[in-house]
Ligand binder design. Structure first.
Ligand SMILES: Nc1ncnc2c1ncn2[C@@H]1O[C@H](COP(=O)(O)OP(=O)(O)OP(=O)(O)O)[C@@H](O)[C@H]1O
Length: 312
């Protein structure tokens, strides 16, 4: 969908000085190389680059806050995966400071959603051109009132059990760790008694395998779990996979990757500006990272993001 320019303003900013925040751990260590290519491309066109990298996730978050507060920085450019973008979003949301992205993670679902080139040189050229779009973000609130923004998809259920499991494994690394966690959790595949409340008062009280709240359409490196989600419409697309037989889930796993599960009686898709999930004992993840234990409320933060993207 083409965004309505009044609700989602477009603009071009002059890029003279950027902060380049790199997560050295992203993309199995490949982010440092991507950052070097981006820095070279930026400096070649006389863009002044302030290179920063935290010693931990928390330190990176603080650096992002400092750079966004600095009036001499034209854009905060993040070089890493969706997790690093999520860290930076906490300072970026509603700040008006443009965010550039050099994709260097394993999944890069934010970059895919925004049409940002996955090649670091081309992504840096996009930053130099300074064309920005505003876009929706998701905002999660837990039972204690703690809040976190997200860009792509917040999920609870089978996928968050797989992430919990992957986080307990010290071996293997990368995608293999995730695949092993998936195999372990699949052997214990079950649905969870859940209550989902939408802002139009619809209540879904059912055994649920998975609930994905999409600001954008994919997670896990292109899995189209919320196939029609649009970050320019002020609404989430919420995919609920109700109780499903393990054999049927295994037979159709490729359809969950391609988004071709519509028409399955076990799958329903809803649209809402705000949604509350109660899934007892289950953690909620977003942008690939742990956010909060359930219950959480997710609300669309309309046009709260301002991202540098290729000119359409
Ligand atoms: N120094 C650091 N700076 C930023 N993040 C860090 C740092 N050390 C560890 N992390 C953690 O690494 C997590 C994953 O990083 P990131 O998403 O950038 O890479 P990835 O996991 O390879 O990519 P993807 O999320 O696309 O799979 C972040 O969410 C963050 O919590």
């Amino acid at each position: 969908m083409t965004p309505n320019p009044e609700a989602y303003p477009l603009s071009t900013v002059e890029i003279n000085r950027v902060a380049l925040l790199t997560n050295p751990k992203a993309g199995k260590g490949g982010a440092s190389k991507a950052a070097e290519i981006a820095r070279h491309t930026l400096t070649k066109t006389d863009v002044d680059v302030v290179g920063i990298s935290g010693s931990s996730a928390e330190a990176s978050k603080r650096l992002a806050e400092e750079m966004i507060a600095d009036p001499d920085i034209d854009a905060l450019v993040v070089c890493g995966g969706d997790g690093l973008i999520n860290l930076a979003l906490q300072a970026h949301a509603n700040s008006g400071t443009p965010m550039g992205i050099i994709p260097a993670g394993t999944g890069n679902d934010t970059a895919r959603a925004l049409g940002i080139p996955l090649d670091p040189r081309r992504a840096a050229l996009t930053v130099i051109r300074g064309f920005t779009t505003t876009c929706d973000l998701g905002q999660l609130t837990d039972a204690e009132g703690n809040q976190r923004y997200f860009m792509t998809i917040a999920c609870a259920g089978f996928d968050s059990l797989v992430s919990d499991r992957a986080n307990t494994l010290v071996w293997p690394h990368g995608k293999a760790r995730y695949n092993l966690a998936m195999a372990v959790e699949f052997s214990k595949f079950h649905s969870i008694p859940t209550r989902i409340t939408l802002d139009d008062s619809t209540v879904i009280d059912d055994d649920v395998t998975l609930c994905a709240i999409g600001n954008t359409s994919t997670y896990g490196g292109g899995m189209r779990v919320c196939p029609h989600a649009d970050h320019h419409d002020g609404l989430f697309d919420i995919t609920v996979i109700h109780r499903i037989n393990r054999r049927k889930a295994a037979r159709n796993v490729s359809r969950f990757f391609t988004g071709e599960f519509e028409g399955f009686p076990e799958a329903t898709i809803h649209r809402a500006h705000s949604v509350e999930i109660h899934m007892p004992g289950i953690n909620v993840y977003a942008d690939g990272d742990f956010m909060f234990p359930s219950p959480v409320t997710a609300t669309v933060a309309t046009a709260a993001g301002r991202i540098i993207v290729p000119r359409p």
